[in-house]
Design a protein around this ligand. Sequence first.
Ligand code: CP
Length: 317
Amino acid sequence: MRHFTSVKDIGDLRAALQEAFTVKADRFAYQHLGKNKTLIMIFFNSSLRTRLSTQKAAMNLGMNVIVLDINQGAWKLETEHGVIMDGDKTEHLLEAIPVIGCYCDVIGVRSFARFENKTDDYEEKIISQFIKYSGRPVFSMEAATRHPLQSFADLITIEEYKKVERPKVVLTWAPHPKALPQAVANSFAEWINETDYDFVITHPEGYELDPRFVGNARVEYDQRKAFEGADFIYAKNWSVYNDPHYGEVLNKDRSWTVDAEKMALTNNAYFMHCLPVRRNMIVTDEVIESAQSIVIPEAANREISAQVVLKKILESL
Ligand code: CP
C-alpha cells in the first residue's frame, strides 16, 4: 500500500480484518519493519484518539514519530496557489510539504473540511497536495470527506461484537451545536457498504449525504423505525451536504438524541460513536454508560487499524 485515504486502498477487506486480529493478538511482533523509519504526523485540526493511537501504533512497529501541530508553533501556511502572500501566512504549502518529506519516511495528515468551498473539500485539496508533492507515502488521519482509520476500527469492533453473521447496522444522525464535517458518516457508509451487513442510514430531511457514499444503504427518515431490530447503533452528527446549505446546521432537534427509549426498540443493540461525543445532545448519559455502549473498545481499536495501515505501508517501502 502506497497511500491510504479510503477503503479502496486497503485491498481485500476480509484479509485486512484478519490481519487486524493477527496484529491485535501480538502487536509487537513487527518491530523490525519500522526500525530507523520516521513517521511525521501533521495536524491541521485537534485530536485526542487519532494522535495517541497512531503514535502508539507506530511505536509498536518500532518507528520514530514526530508530531507537528500546524496551529501551535508552526508557521501559518498558505494553501491557495497564486496569492500575494502579504497577509499573516508566512509559508506556502508548496514549500512546506516537500520539506516535511525530507525528514521522514511516512506522513499522516489530519485536515478537516473547511466549509469555505465544497469543491475544494470534496476534491480533498489538502491531503491531495501532500500525496502529490511530499514524495512519501501519505495516510489520512481524517481528511475533508473521509476518516478511514476510524471506519476500519469501527468495522473491527463490529466484527468482534456481532452475534449474527449479517447484523443490522444503523447510522443515525444526532444533534450537535456546531457544524461538523460529513467525513465520519461518509466513511462509515463507505466501509459498511463493502460488507454484506443490513445497513440503514437515518437522518432528518435535509441531511442527505453524498449519494456516492450512501451507495446501497437504505435511507429511513423515521429514526424509530430505523432502530427496530438493529444490532448496532452508530450515532454521529454531520452538517448539511446539499447546496445551498452546504456546511450549515439546519436544526439541533434533540428528539433525535439517542436515548434508552429508542434503544429499547433495537435487538439489544450495541451503541457506537467515534468520540469525542457531546453527552445529552448526541446520546444520553444512560445509554453511553450502559453495558451496551462499546465506545471505549471502539476507540481502543484505533490503535489496531492504524497499525495495520502503517504495517502495510512499511512493507511497501
Ligand atoms: N475519533 C477521532 O478521530 O477522535 P479524535 O478527533 O480525538 O482524534
